[in-house]
Design a binder for this molecule. Structure first.
Ligand SMILES: [Ca+2]
Ligand SMILES: [Ca+2]
Ligand SMILES: [Ca+2]
Ligand SMILES: [Ca+2]
Length: 274
């Protein structure tokens, strides 16, 4: 399913030009950007771990799409920009953008981003890491999500302000991620902080609920559900810090850590956040 050309979604809202992508486009294109066409898109190729892919939601399943929405129907037939993005063998980067997206990393150590949705609803994503040590990044403006890390004993949940151009996360070259690059995010400058709550898997299907409160009004804005996730990185209640919880511990708590301690806990997260 590798596409060598950029698919331009048909809607005005999502129309982007190469120029708008800025200098990143050359790198992204070289890294074999895969832009989802339709609602299901696949990255990488079976039995070839070098075929990692960047898979970005097309955001074209909406009422402006005549394939989805018959002209003679006034009733919304669309998924409101929801995409299904499925990674394969390699270490993929999956980015859902707008809509309630379903992301599945597949095998290897994937980086998954349900948004960024920038407060545009629907913005509640379901994210499945699959095997390997996966990283899910939530950014302010994304809604309440569920992240199921799956197999892998170092799946990580990260809350941070994603670096982006025109709403699309920028991908920075990384030695271990030559085909895709990695997204980057500022954790210490978020407009809020996380509170970790243990959950009953029997009652909820999840191990933890992460509550995100905003500094400006002290209100609970978002809850991210975690299952089979071993690490949590967020901002602390005093702001300007990185907090970390080892979710494999009994009664884990979020504690302020240095960037060096982040690197020791998860080297790839250490490259992504600051
Ligand atoms: Ca989408
Ligand atoms: Ca994968
Ligand atoms: Ca995993
Ligand atoms: Ca896991």
């Amino acid at each position: 399913m590798t596409r060598n050309t950029l698919h331009q979604p048909p809607t005005t809202q999502n129309k982007r030009t190469f120029g708008e992508y800025g200098p990143w486009i050359a790198f992204i294109a070289a890294a074999a950007l895969l832009l989802g066409s339709g609602t299901v898109a696949l990255a990488g190729a079976a039995k070839d771990i070098t075929r990692a892919g960047v898979l970005i939601g097309a955001d074209d399943d909406n009422m402006d799409n005549p394939v989805i929405q018959p002209a003679d129907s006034q009733i919304d037939q669309s998924l409101n920009n929801g995409d299904v993005l499925i990674g394969r063998d390699g270490p993929d980067v999956l980015i859902g953008l707008l809509g309630a997206d379903l992301l599945e990393g597949g095998e290897d150590d994937d980086i998954l981003i349900g948004g960024p949705e920038a407060f545009v609803a629907p913005n509640k994503d379901i994210i499945l890491g699959g095997s390997g040590n996966d990283i899910n990044i939530w950014a302010p403006g994304d809604g309440s999500d569920a992240f199921l890390g799956g197999p892998g004993d170092r799946d990580a949940m990260v809350f941070g302000v994603l670096d982006r151009v025109d709403g699309i996360p920028t991908l920075t070259p990384s030695p271990g991620r030559l085909r895709t690059g990695i997204p980057t995010a500022e954790v210490t400058n978020m407009p809020g902080f996380c509170v970790l709550e243990a959950a009953s898997r029997r009652e909820t299907g999840f191990d933890y609920l992460v509550r995100f409160f905003t500094f400006s009004d002290g209100l609970l804005k978002v809850t991210v559900r975690l299952r089979d996730v071993e690490q949590l990185f967020c901002n602390g209640p005093d702001g300007g810090t990185i907090t970390y919880a080892d979710l494999t511990q009994k009664n884990p708590i979020l504690e302020v850590v240095s960037l060096q301690e982040v690197v020791e806990a998860n080297p790839l997260v250490g490259q992504i956040i600051r």
